[in-house]
Design a protein around this ligand. Structure first.
Ligand code: BDR
Ligand code: CA
Length: 313
């Protein structure tokens, strides 16, 4: 099978960085057509820069990186420096990027790519707030039917929320965008907190990254050390969840994940539950399914895949 063509839409973020590294390390399964940065964990000027830093760390400076939207569709940006640090990639010492940022806006790149490629051959992989994807769908509704699949990290059901008691960060930051994406009609696969909170970087798993001894292995271990401090305290777990790499791991080894094809709606009105993913896990609403909502992961298999692939870089 030829590699799957994808666009990574991202707000790096240490876990975004690992997701990108995994994709760039897996050319047999994944062809990264481009990376579009969005404001999220930190402002856009940092996320587009961080995306370029990560490509250079991977030894792939030819990867096309575009800057997208710098603020949610209808709200003020909420960032997460309390988790990811001031730069978004705090932890390791990483070199300033020298590869260029592409001239075109990220949203234009998404639209043009989907229009030019044969229908059903490009997958979108959002790892941050859904602002770029929703803006593209709003400006070019014809692209919805051309998308092969949207595989995204966001939302939660049994795990409820991480930025508010009811909502996960990516969806909460731009709930209007999320609502548009979940209503667009394209096949959607969701990696919610229910899955990512089982992908914990325990000490032995982090040691395995460090033991690679390569710049990538050491950087991943140091990034994890950084955000782990916050997450371990918050959740009291044996390690921090590695959210976004679940998306790129799914493209390589989908059998690591199990879930249900269900209806998912996004709360955009209530102040209390803004950005909640109302996932009809028990199929009680009668509403038509619009997403494959994952619920479980083979965590050992996931970390084995990550370690094997990252050691190639
Ligand atoms: C999501 O929010 C961000 O902080 C992470 O990068 C991930 O995409 C987890 O809620
Ligand atoms: Ca992210």
């Amino acid at each position: 099978m030829p590699p799957r063509k994808i666009i990574i839409d991202t707000d790096p973020g240490q876990d975004d960085a690992v997701a990108i590294l995994l994709a760039l390390a897996s050319p047999e399964e994944i062809e990264v057509l481009g990376i579009t940065a969005v404001a999220g964990n930190v402002p856009l000027t940092l996320t587009e820069r961080n995306a370029r830093i990560v490509c250079e760390l991977a030894g792939k400076p030819d990867t096309k990186v575009f800057a997208g939207c710098d603020a949610p569709i209808a709200r003020k940006l909420i960032t997460a420096e309390h988790v990811h640090g001031k730069t978004g990639l705090d932890g390791p010492t990483l070199r300033d990027p020298t590869m260029p940022l592409q001239d075109r806006h990220g949203v234009d790149f998404i639209i043009d790519t989907l229009r030019r490629a044969p229908a059903g051959t490009v997958t979108l992989c959002p790892l941050g707030p859904l602002t770029n994807i929703a803006t593209a769908l709003d400006r070019a509704p014809d692209i919805a039917s051309r998308i092969q699949e949207i595989v995204l990290m966001g939302g939660a059901y049994f795990e409820v929320g991480n930025i508010t008691p009811a909502a996960e960060f990516n969806i909460h930051v731009d709930p209007e965008a999320a609502r548009m994406v979940f209503a667009c009609g394209a096949p959607i696969t969701v990696m919610p907190l229910d899955v990512t909170h089982k992908a914990l970087v325990t000490a032995p798993r982090n040691d395995a990254f460090r033991a690679m001894g390569s710049p990538v292995g050491v950087a991943v271990a140091e990034m994890t050390d950084f955000f782990e401090r916050f997450d371990k305290e918050k959740y009291g777990n044996a390690g921090a969840p590695l959210h976004d790499p679940c998306v790129t791991a799914y493209l390589i080894q989908p059998e690591l994940f199990t879930g249900r094809h269900i209806n998912v709606e996004i709360e955009t009105q209530s102040e209390l539950t803004l950005g909640m993913t109302v996932a009809d896990w028990w199929r009680v609403s009668g509403r038509a399914p619009n997403a494959m909502f994952m619920g479980d992961i083979d965590a050992d298999g996931f970390f084995e895949l990550l370690t094997n692939r990252l050691s190639r870089l």
